[in-house]
Design a protein around this ligand. Sequence first.
Ligand SMILES: Nc1ncnc2c1ncn2[C@@H]1O[C@H](COP(=O)(O)OP(=O)(O)OP(=O)(O)O)[C@@H](O)[C@H]1O
Length: 256
Amino acid sequence: MYELEARNLQMKFGGVTAIAGLDLVVEEGEIRGLIGPNGAGKTTFFNACSGRYPITAGEIRYRGHTISGLKPHEIAAQGLVRTFQHVTLFKKFSVLKNVMAGNYLHAQHSYWGSLLRTRKTREAEAGSERRAREILDFIGLGHIAHQQAATLAHGHQKMLGIAIALAAEPRMLLLDEPCAGMNNDESREMIALVRRIRDTGITIMLIEHDMKVVMGLCDRITVLNFGNNIADGTPEEVRANPEVREAYLGSQAHVA
Ligand SMILES: Nc1ncnc2c1ncn2[C@@H]1O[C@H](COP(=O)(O)OP(=O)(O)OP(=O)(O)O)[C@@H](O)[C@H]1O
């Protein structure tokens, strides 16, 4: 059984074909890179997997179950969770409260329970706070748990985005450009974090434009061009692939 599987996936927006019959499989425990020139369909693939947009044709399976057609929260509840390139945060909340909000999907608070502050609700909230603190310590943001999210540096905001995703208890994470806009030190921290997350047993797929990051971090890389999978292999195989070099020719990115 594959962790994630797309079969003959098609995504069309009006007359634009963003994904054109894509076949792709990800094994459990991998760090998989998803690269390709601008407009190749990378973000659309994440949007399809996370249920943001309905697929046009084909199928997406997560751990053997068809997820295409499910709502985003139903897919997240199965363990497939995505982050966004532009971090969405409750900026006025503390870092800790943001992570607790990420846990909301999995917490068992009922509406009346929250209103009446029943013992069960109080216990669930305490559990959610404990879990949020553990995640922040794991990520390395424990020391700023009470800082307002809006005041965080860019690198810490991106880390917080990942902490929020981890609070949903994923088995697989889709990371949209985790190192975008980061300086070298922040990138190094993020790369180390992605490895530590994988070492806990979470499968990772990431979109990233920085080829040094992709080549150094990923076990395997899938290359999209015009909505199609043009190469799939280890960093060395992808780097040596003439079709990949051709696809990147003239674009800003270079295959390092
Ligand atoms: N919601 C949408 N409505 C219309 N067209 C869209 C929509 N989303 C994506 N597209 C189109 O689908 C194609 C693939 O876009 P997508 O954003 O998935 O590419 P990408 O590989 O993520 O590119 P980039 O690296 O620039 O982020 C593009 O032609 C884009 O204009």
